[in-house]
Design a protein around this ligand. Structure first.
Ligand SMILES: C[S@@+](CC[C@H](N)C(=O)[O-])C[C@H]1O[C@@H](n2cnc3c(N)ncnc32)[C@H](O)[C@@H]1O
Length: 224
């Protein structure tokens, strides 16, 4: 019963509990140093996952990273999973040439409409801090289900603040998105959650200071 209640919870939309999703892209542009990490992830996928990988983005929001991935890996078969119709509408309005090849689906992270072992890579950016601990764990297990053995998981999200300034900055995210869902990030637990779900080679190749806290890209591989 508890699991059902967790799955039936309202989602926390892209710009948090109090700000309309229409403001998300401007907020992200102002605070998230997108030019550093979105191209980094797309470049790593291009370098390591072959020329035409199967790739899913979980919680793809307004499509900013999805479009970066498509541009950098144009032969990828991309499934963009996003439960909020408002975010999907913004993504559709932004779509440019070639973006029609992206398959957008209405689903949640704990129930991906993808076959077992079907994906070369999965990306989940700025989503885990919108999920409670049980939701995070369910999402990570579900992503492992759809990845091929050796498939790569990219988690881009907030990590443990390394100094008082970053700790204070992250409080803005906690106020916007909730303290329950962000607690594991403040404590630096994301890599442990991935390892606990059986992922191998958990590494953090990128860490950034942002105006809203310490941001990390964590990469892990599905066990072979
Ligand atoms: C901060 S936005 C990030 C959007 C995008 N990944 C990016 O990098 O800009 C978080 C997204 O997660 C979505 N989301 C929230 N709960 C979710 C869930 N349970 N499963 C999948 N997506 C979820 C929200 O609708 C929102 O679009």
């Amino acid at each position: 019963m508890a699991v059902v209640e967790e799955r039936d919870r309202e989602i926390i939309p892209a710009a948090g509990r109090f700000i309309p999703v229409a403001a998300y892209d401007a907020l992200a542009a102002a605070t998230m140093r997108e030019g550093r990490w979105r191209p980094w992830i797309a470049g790593d996928v291009a370098a390591r996952c072959g020329p035409s990988p199967t790739l899913t983005e979980v919680g793809a929001g307004t499509g900013s990273l999805t479009r970066t991935l498509r541009a950098r890996v144009p032969e990828a078969a991309i499934t963009a999973v996003e439960p909020d119709p408002g975010a999907r509408a913004i993504a559709a309005a932004k779509a440019g040439p070639g973006d029609e090849a992206i398959a957008w689906v209405d689903a949640r992270a704990d129930s991906l409409p993808l076959a077992d072992g079907s994906q070369d890579a999965a990306v989940i950016a700025l989503v885990l801090h919108h999920l409670t601990r049980p939701q995070k764990e369910a999402a990570i297990v579900e992503i492992r289900r759809v990845l091929k053995p050796g498939g790569r998981l990219y988690v881009a999200d907030f990590g443990r603040p390394r100094d008082p300034l970053m700790a204070a900055a992250f409080t803005t995210i906690q106020l916007a998105d909730g303290f329950e869902t962000t607690r594991d990030h403040r404590a630096g637990r994301v890599p442990h959650l991935l390892a606990g779900a059986g992922f191998d080679a958990v590494e953090r190749p990128l860490r950034l200071r942002t105006p809203v806290g310490t941001f990390e890209v964590t990469v892990a591989t599905s066990p072979v």
